[in-house]
Ligand binder design. Structure first.
Ligand code: ADP
Length: 483
């Protein structure tokens, strides 16, 4: 058997996992949004500064380089920043960050001035922002800096004299910005984790508690199901329990009935034996007493035979019947010729009928049923036996079988005997139910005949129709499913 998992544990684990993933995704999303807003601000700042510098350059009236040099003295521009690759001093630049750099480039891409003081810089015509400014009047670009974790934003503006003014601003890139706050993030995540775990524990407890409480009152489990999802389970449990209780009640009743039925003949057997034993019976009475003992014993044998039969049927059906537990077996599934069966049975029952002054006839049309021949013979015998026993001298019994137009086979036993009162018709198939107990006993009945019939019909998927009227007679018809 598979070892069951702990539901509470599983829910907790999943909740914590969901919490962690949410924290990670939120942190990542927030960082990206923050970075984009930050980059946009840097770019906007560059544009504004470039316009101001350009205005000063143009206003200087031909001495633009001097104006640029003035700007370079301002704190925002002074000091070195990590420049782009290719400069003489590239690689030596210190990581100052947020230092603006100012470059003047002519229409051919030659660098005329650079605020870092670097000279001999390579041709800048191919730089995307410069190329764009030469073509369209302005251009921008962002490139990875030489310095790890930094990137440089560029903005280039075409000036009135055909030169290009370029501004650069170096900022930390998103990952290094992220790295800085990482310890804080981890701490936050841990905090969130702790809170999530506490919440998950609380939540799981409140989720699972009603389920464990369900087990405490299984009999009314359907009345207070905590979750809709558990309704099918509750329904099954409750109906199973009901079935179990009904079966238990049936089993107890059956046992009581059997004991009672067996006790009566045993008491009289024991009584007659005692009379003979004590010599209280006259020798001339002994044969008669012996006859009574034999008849009582025969009744007991009939009873035990019927009980065994029922118990076997219970086993076949797999149901929990009144008799002990049996291996569940499937009943036979062979084609049975009902017509042949009816003929054979009629021949066998004729003597019984004659003893009761009853005529027995049959009408056997072709009919085939899938099932067990022995059980079907038992069913027909019981019906025929009842039709003879609950009859009157001069009565008549008719056994018939055939196939209906829709292809269903049927078997019927009709008598013009004493009939069954309306109110008893629903109960005659119950175990040990008899309309007239003394008549049943006098004719050797056990009270189990129709219960066996019902059971066999059930095993064959057949339906039983009973029509009866007191004083007129009874017809019992068994309709089998289509083959
Ligand atoms: P039993 O062994 O007593 O005949 P059954 O289970 O065969 O038990 O039948 C139950 C009761 O149904 C009988 O006791 C009898 O009262 C009634 N019954 C069955 N078949 C007929 C019939 N053909 N005509 C009248 N009553 C019947």
């Amino acid at each position: 058997m598979k070892q069951p998992e702990s539901m509470a544990k599983k829910i907790q684990q999943r909740l914590v996992l969901v919490g962690l993933v949410s924290v990670a995704l939120t942190a990542l999303g927030a960082a990206l949004l923050f970075y984009r807003a930050f980059a946009a601000q840097v770019d906007a700042g560059l544009v504004r500064t470039a316009r101001a510098v350009a205005a000063a350059y143009t206003a200087s009236g031909g001495d633009g380089l001097a104006a640029l040099a003035d700007f370079s003295q301002m704190p925002e521009f002074s000091g070195e920043i990590a420049g782009e690759a290719g400069g003489q001093n590239a690689g030596q630049s210190s990581v100052t960050g947020n230092r603006l750099r100012l470059t003047l480039i002519d229409a051919t891409g030659e660098v005329l001035y650079d605020s870092t003081g670097k000279t001999g810089l390579e041709n800048h015509a191919s730089r995307p922002e410069v190329a764009a400014a030469l073509a369209n009047g302005s251009g921008s670009d962002t490139r990875r800096s030489d310095t790890m974790g930094f990137e440089t934003h560029y903005y280039a503006l075409l000036l009135g004299d055909g030169n290009v003014l370029r501004l650069a601003d170096e900022t930390q890139d998103v990952w290094s910005a992220y790295n800085k706050v990482l310890p804080l993030l981890v701490l936050g995540a841990l905090l969130v984790l702790a809170v999530a775990m506490a919440l998950a524990w609380q939540l799981t407890r409140s989720l699972v508690r009603p389920i464990t409480e369900m087990a405490a009152h299984l009999d009314s489990i359907e009345a207070d199901v905590p979750y809709i999802e558990l309704e099918p389970l509750a329904r099954t449990v409750q109906s199973d329990r009901k079935l179990q209780q009904d079966n238990e009640a049936m089993r107890r009743e059956f046992t009581a009935n059997v004991s009672h039925e067996l006790k009566t003949p045993l008491t009289s057997i024991s009584g007659y034996a005692e009379l003979i034993e004590n010599g209280m019976a006259k020798p001339s009475d002994v044969p008669e007493f012996a006859g009574r003992v034999r008849r009582e014993a025969a009744r007991m044998i009939a009873l035990v035979t019927d009980i065994l039969q029922l118990s076997e049927l219970d086993g076949l059906h797999g149901g929990s019947g009144a008799a002990g537990p049996h291996e569940q077996e499937a009943p036979e599934q062979l084609p049975v010729d009902l017509a042949a069966l009816v003929k054979e049975l009629a021949a066998r029952m004729t003597m019984n009928a004659r003893k009761a002054y009853v005529t027995l006839q049959y009408k056997a049309a072709p009919a085939t049923v899938l099932g067990s021949r022995d059980l079907l013979a038992e069913l027909a015998t019981n019906l025929c036996d009842n039709a003879i026993r609950y009859n009157r001298p001069g009565g008549h019994v008719q056994m018939e079988c055939g196939t209906a137009p829709d292809g269903t086979a049927w078997l019927s036993v009709q008598d013009n005997g004493i009939g069954i009162p309306q109110e008893a018709q629903g109960r005659v198939f119950e175990r040990f139910y008899r309309v007239d107990k003394s008549r049943s006993k006098a004719t050797g009945g056990t009270g189990l005949g129709l219960a066996i019939v019902k059971h066999i019909a059930l095993l064959h998927g057949a339906r039983i129709d009973l029509k009866s009227q007191v004083g007129t007679g009874t017809t019992i018809r068994v309709v089998f499913p289509k083959v």
